[in-house]
Write a protein that binds this ligand. Structure first.
Ligand SMILES: *[C@@H]1O[C@H](CO)[C@@H](O)[C@H](O)[C@H]1NC(C)=O
Ligand SMILES: *[C@@H]1O[C@H](CO)[C@@H](O)[C@H](O)[C@H]1NC(C)=O
Ligand SMILES: *[C@@H]1O[C@H](CO)[C@@H](O)[C@H](O)[C@H]1NC(C)=O
Ligand SMILES: *[C@@H]1O[C@H](CO)[C@@H](O)[C@H](O)[C@H]1NC(C)=O
Ligand SMILES: *[C@@H]1O[C@H](CO)[C@@H](O)[C@H](O)[C@H]1NC(C)=O
Length: 394
């Protein structure tokens, strides 16, 4: 108690007052030094981090001066763990690697299927004549596919079971990427399912994907129960609630982003452990959140925020619309290929519709190159239509 009082002037204890005064006067030079040092630090800060607009309130509190907080250096929110520091170094290094110009750049078409591909004949029509500009990989998770097109024979990779909505879905995507990355000519990596069809001819798709420097990863912020509602505090400290994003799994990505997915262990492990169906009363689906959240955190401007694979959720059901033979018309294909805005709807009570133009290299273009989900019986219909559809196989 005594010691405390000694250090606090003006506490009313007359006995110690003189002692305190003495100390004050003997410390005056120190006070001046501290004050001068503070002014110097403030001036250096003002020099290194210049204010966005000049104001005479550098030393006033931030509620008096709004702009003050804008130019102070950001306060590190927390101390990063060893794993996080290592992950950030690897990520930054991969992202800054210059892309090596190749003589023969290819697109890897990676099919994530249950078994056989009902539209092999359609894809064959799409691929023929462009043999040196694509490669095909098939991950069949349930049964060995029977191939009807020579282009697909021998393209099955080692596969494993996939459970809907579980991390095994992401594992299958990683398996496909690991196979496709082995070919150094593969520069772009497209994930497709057996119910996907192409909407344009090969040249159109090739230039759309290769002549821009971004990846097409679907990504949006959904504050509702099917978005942020699936976030778990176990994701901390690496992933905060504000980082949480959602998007369809059907990506189309650049080589460096494909390498990043294989390099990532930190974020992947968090999703593997804490994003599962039926965990702590939440249904979290890793394939809908891992890549959107990961890329939003590490390279937000490197992704388009929409997927080039169209799907129709407008029926508002648990699964998207599945097109039957009678649905497959010239008008349907025309409608899908003319969409040039991406639409996301939040799952909260507001059901906010977020519409954004599909900006390709800065200008508005149709958003979609592929579409799902088509039932196998639509094959003949599609073959006829697509041959006649000038936007597709001219
Ligand atoms: C992509 O290229 C544009 C110029 O066309 C450039 O402004 C942008 O920074 C590049 N983005 C990435 C992710 O490299
Ligand atoms: C995608 O969204 C992020 C913000 O979440 C934004 O910074 C980025 O520019 C967007 N990408 C494109 C290509 O507009
Ligand atoms: C095509 O789009 C128009 C206008 O949005 C709509 O009225 C029509 O029902 C659509 N047709 C098909 C087959 O989707
Ligand atoms: C993409 O944009 C950049 C600059 O905005 C331009 O130089 C380049 O030619 C564009 N690429 C294509 C394929 O249009
Ligand atoms: C082919 O296209 C023409 C005009 O674009 C259309 O009138 C005709 O009905 C189409 N044929 C089929 C089989 O869809």
């Amino acid at each position: 108690m005594k010691l405390t009082q000694e250090w606090l002037p003006g506490t009313g204890d007359l006995k110690i007052m003189p002692v305190v005064r003495n100390r004050n006067s003997s410390r005056r030079p120190l006070w001046i030094i501290v004050l001068v040092a503070l002014v110097c630090v403030a001036l250096i800060r003002a020099y290194v981090y210049p204010p966005q607009q000049y104001s005479a309130c550098y030393f006033l509190s931030s509620n008096v001066c709004g702009p003050l907080k804008d130019w102070l250096p950001p306060v590190p929110a927390r101390v990063y763990s060893d794993d996080e520091i290592a992950a950030r170094v690897v990520i930054r290094d991969i992202l800054s690697m210059p892309s090596v110009p190749l003589k023969n750049p290819k697109i890897a078409f990676m099919f994530l299927t249950l078994g056989s591909l009902p539209f092999e004949k359609l894809w064959e029509k799409f691929f023929l004549g462009h043999e040196d500009r694509f490669s095909i990989y098939v991950h069949a998770s349930k049964e060995k596919p029977v191939h009807v097109s020579a282009l697909f024979i021998g393209k099955d990779i080692r596969s494993d079971k996939v459970a809907w909505g579980k991390i095994s879905m992401v594992d299958a995507e990683k398996r496909l990427l690991a196979s496709a990355l082995q070919d150094a000519d593969n520069q772009h990596f497209v994930l497709l399912s057996e119910s996907c069809i192409p909407l344009h001819n090969f040249d159109y798709v090739y230039s759309y994907l290769m002549e821009t420097n971004i990846s097409f990863v679907d990504c949006f912020e959904d504050p509702g129960p099917h978005g942020t509602g699936r976030y778990s505090e176990h994701m901390l400290p690496e992933m905060e609630k504000k980082d949480w994003r959602k998007g369809a799994q059907w990506f189309s990505i650049k080589r460096q982003h494909a390498v990043l997915i294989l390099a990532d262990n930190l974020y992947y492990t968090k999703f593997k452990l804490y994003c599962k169906p039926g965990m702590e009363g939440r249904n979290c689906y890793a394939d809908e959140h891992y890549l959107p959240t990961f890329f939003h955190m590490i390279d937000p401007t490197g992704i388009a925020n929409w997927s080039v694979t169209h799907v129709d959720w407008s029926e508002g059901k648990w699964h998207p619309k599945s097109y039957k033979s009678r649905d497959v018309t010239f008008e349907l294909l025309k409608n899908i290929t003319s969409i040039d805005e991406s639409v996301h709807v939040t799952s909260d009570a507001k059901k906010e519709v977020q519409k954004r133009p599909c900006l390709w290299n800065g200008s508005k273009r149709p958003c979609y190159l592929f579409a799902r989900k088509f039932v196998p019986e639509t094959l003949d219909n599609l073959m006829n239509l697509l041959s006649n559809f000038t936007a597709l196989f001219e």
